[in-house]
Ligand binder design. Structure first.
Ligand SMILES: Cc1ncc(COP(=O)(O)O)c(C=O)c1O
Length: 406
């Protein structure tokens, strides 16, 4: 991986994110081949909405899973047919739903009664039907590192609410058609067994709700949570046997005769493609410690403490400038004026000097998008998409104030 990155470092100022589009293609094909024949794969834009990446996934058969006007815009730039996109999120505003429908979006993941009422109101004004997946929070806890179901949560309807008396009637609103269910159990689901068990739970939830609510279920969106290492060289997951196991649970359900099975993925598709390249600005001793100061920090990587994704000692840095046998123990920090701007503490690494280029691997998902980009008003790093060593497109996230009214 070094040669293309070094060439990019000659052309572009650090810090920058470099994304290898061949890797995006490989992972998308690999995941599609690990899912049952005919299953749909959605690209969760929250992991990385860069249009170059989204376009590559689209060309490999992925459709869009979006949750904001920004992601909608990125999906359009990537050439997605918005009639196939799924729009989700627990707090959709009327204006968002209106923009989405105006852009052609018809499929919505619906998270509450009020969300359903809002979608119905906008769809009625536009005299168009919205196709609804009910996002469900099943009672049982899933197998996931960050569980988003089976616990109290702002996401989706508790399944008990949908099984309660009167629910069927509450779903009868104008211009909304209940078409299926959506369960997202959580992220970094560690094994084929756990992914299969979660999928089986989603299918069983759909079977229960179809019967209780009296709609024809044509989509089971079983989520995913397909794992990938974050910001280090950790081993990729082994998805051997997943296709067979998922196919078996799907074919065991009567729904497989009438419904489509959907999965959504972010990190698996994008993570391995992305590398953050930065330059060492300073190496400073302070008492017993050594601080390596980079031109990047938590405003570009891993600002999302809430998701448990702040990289600490598990971040690996590859020195692209030189190799050294000597080892140092260092704290890797950024340029922000806060001690929180730390990417690793007490890291053992080969000797490092000011001017060296350091690269962090596996940050194509939840790298820049999950960071504190506004904090201290530094510019966003360039995002460079390359293929076979050639630059394809270069982007930069907009930052800074824009006056709306004087
Ligand atoms: C509803 C939903 N779908 C999909 C994803 C993408 O998950 P991952 O990147 O782990 O594949 C998330 C991540 O939080 C999510 O909340």
């Amino acid at each position: 991986m070094d040669a293309p990155l070094l060439r990019l470092a000659e052309q572009f100022e650090t810090p920058f994110y470099a994304y290898d589009l061949a890797e995006v293609k490989r992972r998308t094909q690999e995941l599609r081949e690990s899912l049952p024949e005919g299953a749909r794969l959605l690209h969760s834009f929250k992991a990385n909405p860069l249009p170059s990446i989204a376009e590559k996934i689209r060309l490999e058969g992925g459709t869009a899973e979006i949750t904001s006007e920004g992601e909608l815009q990125a999906a359009r730039l990537a050439g997605h047919d918005m009639r196939e996109a799924l729009y989700g999120g627990p707090g959709k505003t009327v204006s968002e739903i209106t923009s989405a429908m105006a852009a052609g979006v018809r499929w919505f993941s619906c998270e509450s009664w009020r969300d359903l009422e809002r979608i119905s109101a906008v769809a009625s004004l536009r005299a168009a039907d919205a196709q609804i997946l009910l996002r469900v929070n099943p009672a049982e806890a899933p197998q996931a590192r960050l569980a988003m179901t089976g616990v109290e949560s702002q996401f989706g309807f508790d399944e008990s609410l949908l099984l309660a008396a009167g629910a069927r009637e509450k779903l009868q609103l104008p211009h909304v058609k209940i078409r299926g269910i959506h369960v997202y159990f959580g992220t970094q689901v560690a094994s084929v067994e756990a992914l299969t068990q979660n999928t089986q739970r989603a299918i069983e939830t759909a079977e229960r709700l179809e019967k209780a609510l009296g709609f024809v279920c044509s989509v089971v969106n079983a989520g995913g949570g397909f794992p990938w290492p974050y910001a280090n060289q950790g081993s990729p997951p082994d998805l051997q046997g997943l296709r067979g196991a998922l196919t078996a649970v799907w074919e065991a359900s009567p729904l497989h005769e009438t419904a489509e099975l959907w999965f959504e993925a972010g990190r698996y598709l994008c993570a391995s493609a992305g590398t953050l390249v930065s330059r060492v600005l300073d190496v400073k001793p302070s008492r017993s410690r050594t601080f390596v100061v980079l031109d990047t920090g938590i405003h570009h990587l891993g600002g999302m403490a809430g998701l448990g994704r702040i990289p600490r000692s598990s971040v690996t840095f590859q020195n692209l400038s030189r190799q050294s046998e000597n080892e140092v123990t260092a704290d890797i920090v950024g340029p922000l004026c806060t001690p929180l701007d730390s990417l690793a503490r007490g890291l053992k690494m080969p000797d490092v000097a000011a001017g060296d280029l350091l690269a962090v691997p596996n940050v194509g998902a939840y790298g820049l998008t999950a960071s504190l980009i506004g904090f201290l008003s530094h510019p966003a790093p360039a995002e460079i998409a390359y293929l076979d060593g050639e630059v394809v497109q270069v982007w930069q996230w907009r930052t800074g104030h824009q006056q709306l009214q004087s």
